[in-house]
Design a protein around this ligand. Structure first.
Ligand SMILES: [Zn+2]
Length: 268
């Protein structure tokens, strides 16, 4: 996990698209997309209270993704001509997907976005997961459009090395963080809701677990700074949190083992 260097920037094909997308955020947005999203969120919350979240079916969720695409991704996720095979698969009654909140799966040239409404406490949390997964899809679409991949799974050209480095081992690298931060800020503004979050700290941890590389201070500075939202983790505190991650995991495992042993002594 690192910032792009001058050498990377020469070969990078993704960042200028992201900058163009961010520039489009200053243009007026269609309020109907906001209304539509709010309606879907209300339905999720109502069903959740009734314990019947599964009533929100695949079609509902699909019709919810389109306004989000317009508000956050320039409408390109669904109109991109390289992705006719995109298929959105949603958790529905009796058919949840293991223990996941959301997931993007690339298989035999087809991309599938999996979302599991029932694994979320409320619609705000669910919206964060949807946007998180859409960020993954958007970055991969750009990589294909720019020829970094021949197809969804086949890397090509010399740009792949730079893409691989900046995409990260788990897909939560620099590109993800840069886009997720912008989407998160915009979502909080558009919906007047500071609670929307795209799991960016969890994303850093996922990359760390895979690479065991602690990002530099500059990396944290760049990806976490957001003057509009001072409640976000401060770069220094976040870095400290990652540095101590293994130690905390070790203590947690120790504690669990002790609890188990104590439990066995009483009930075993
Ligand atoms: Zn992710």
């Amino acid at each position: 996990m690192s910032l792009p260097t001058k050498d990377d920037l020469k070969l990078d094909r993704i960042l200028r698209h992201l900058d163009r997308l961010f520039a489009s955020y200053s243009k007026p947005h269609d309020v109907r997309h906001i209304d539509s999203t709010r309606r879907h969120m209300q339905r999720v919350d109502i069903h959740k209270e009734l314990g019947e979240l599964s009533l929100v079916d695949s079609d509902d969720l699909r019709s919810w993704l389109r306004p989000l695409d317009h508000l956050f991704f320039g409408g390109m996720i669904f109109t991109n001509r390289i992705t006719p095979g995109v298929e959105w698969l949603m958790g529905r009654t009796g058919k949840d997907y293991e223990d996941i909140l959301g997931q993007v799966v690339v298989e035999s040239g087809k991309i599938t976005l999996r979302l599991c409404p029932r694994k979320h406490a409320n619609s705000v949390q669910f919206l964060g997961t949807m946007l998180h997964e859409m960020v993954h899809v958007f970055i991969r679409q750009l990589a294909i459009r720019e020829g970094v991949f021949y197809s969804w799974t086949m890397p090509s050209t010399d740009c792949f090395e730079v893409f691989g480095k900046l995409e990260g081992r788990t897909g939560h690298g620099y590109y993800f963080q840069k886009l997720a931060r912008a989407v998160e800020d915009r979502a909080r503004q558009l919906f007047h809701c500071d609670g929307i979050e795209l799991g960016r700290m969890r994303a850093i941890v996922a990359e760390y677990q895979e690479t065991k590389q602690i990002p530099t201070g500059e990396y944290f500075e760049e990806i976490l700074k957001s003057p509009k939202y001072p409640n976000q983790p401060q770069p220094e505190a976040a870095r400290d949190w990652i540095v101590r991650f293994d130690e905390r995991e070790r203590l947690r495992a120790l504690h669990e083992a002790e609890m188990k042993e104590a439990n066995n002594r009483i009930f075993g």
